[in-house]
Structures are given as structure tokens and as C-alpha cells.
Design a protein around this ligand. Sequence first.
Ligand SMILES: Nc1ncnc2c1ncn2[C@@H]1O[C@H](COP(=O)(O)OP(=O)(O)OP(=O)(O)O)[C@@H](O)[C@H]1O
Ligand SMILES: [Mg+2]
Length: 228
Amino acid sequence: MNRKPLIEARDVTRVLPGPVPVTLVWDINLTVRQGEFIAIVGASGSGKSSLLYLLGLLDVPTLGAIFFEGANTTELNREAQAKMRLAHLGFVFQFHFLLPEFTALGNVMIPMRKKGALGEAEIEREARALLAEFGMEEYAHRLPEELSGGERQRVAIARALANRPALILADEPTGNLDSKNAQQVFDIFKRMAEKNGQTVVVVTHETHLARQTHRQVQLLDGRIAANG
Ligand SMILES: Nc1ncnc2c1ncn2[C@@H]1O[C@H](COP(=O)(O)OP(=O)(O)OP(=O)(O)O)[C@@H](O)[C@H]1O
Ligand SMILES: [Mg+2]
């Protein structure tokens, strides 16, 4: 397997300015390679979401830089960063934000339409194939309100993976799932990494799930306390 660095934080510190500045993360040095599946763990308030937002180019470091495939993304303007996100990144959050007026299939088709690389028929075929990978093909025409929490989360993950992103970032993706559905989500992530060579960074507080990844990065008060 190709193990070149995909995403790297180099000397990253993020401070929220204000009368009382808040430091979200300090001196983060982290390299995640292609095909790696890692967990970010740590106590509440330790900076896990802040780090994920920085790796996902949703936030910008105050000091240091985020590199994607060796290129410094922090030097890019917001528009170029947004383009990069759309082309290479997929996000999964604890609370899925499926659009209620679209079916499962319609929701999965949205990012592909936005990217504009495929025609409508190909988009639908690809979206159905993705739903099938998640065991959701029979639910393609259901609205979110007609799905269970676990089913919605699977649709949300299928949507996050719609453009086959090189990097998948997930913040507590199993936080509102029962253990069976949570395990299924982790099995899917592992498959994405090991079969497709996608890189997966997942924030979780569930230790038995974190142990199933290739590497755990532990944060303590905004710093990396352990890596490996
Ligand atoms: N907008 C903000 N203004 C002030 N402080 C903030 C802001 N966002 C985050 N923080 C603080 O920064 C620290 C890191 O927050 P972060 O959300 O990254 O933690 P976390 O590890 O994801 O926690 P949790 O497990 O509870 O989700 C926390 O102490 C938090 O209170
Ligand atoms: Mg968080």
C-alpha cells in the first residue's frame, strides 16, 4: 500500500482572539498517511473537534500550517480551501444533517451534483451503489423522517463519501447510535481505509471503538499527549 503522508499538521496552534484569548490547540505535529485509519481521543474540552476542524480546512491555524498531499493549504485563500474540501474531503458529524425534503438517494446525490463532474444518470447510479455498500439500497426512496437514527447515519456517511474523498473526517459519528450500529460504522470506515486506501480520522470517546483503528492520538489540554 502507498503510505505517503496525506494530511499533516505542522506546529499548529489555534488561538481564538478576544479580550481573553482562548487557545484551542497548541503545537500540534501530526501526520496521517494514505490508507490510515486513526482515532483522536481525549477528555471533553481537550481540543478534538478543534483539531478535526483544522485538519478539515474548516478553520485556519493561528501559527503553523496544514499540509495536504505536501501542499501548504494555509497559504490558500478561503475559496481555494473550499474547493479543496469539496474535491478531497468528506465530513461525518454526530448529528446527521440530512435535508428533510430529499430522499436518502437525493441526499447522497447532492455533493456529486455540487461537484459537477458526472452527468445525472451516472450520479444516480453511483449514489445507488453507495447506498448498497451501506445496506441501504431498499431505503433509497425514503425520506429522512421515515428512517431510524442508525439508518439516517448510514445515509449521512454514504453522502459524506459520495465523491470518494481521499480524507474522511468524522466527529463522534457514533455518539447517538446503539452499539450494533456504532460497530457497523467503524467496520465501514475500516473497509474504506484498507480496501479503498482512503484516510479516515475519527474522533471518539468510545475506547473499544478507538482500539479498532490503526493508531490513537490522545489530546490533553489542546496538546498531543500520546501518538501511537
Ligand atoms: N468558540 C469558542 N469560544 C471559546 N472557547 C471555545 C470555543 N470553541 C471551543 N472552545 C474551548 O476550546 C476547548 C477545546 O474545545 P473542543 O470543542 O475542541 O473540545 P473537544 O475535545 O471536542 O470536546 P468534546 O469531547 O466535549 O466535544 C474547550 O475548552 C472549549 O471550551
Ligand atoms: Mg468535540
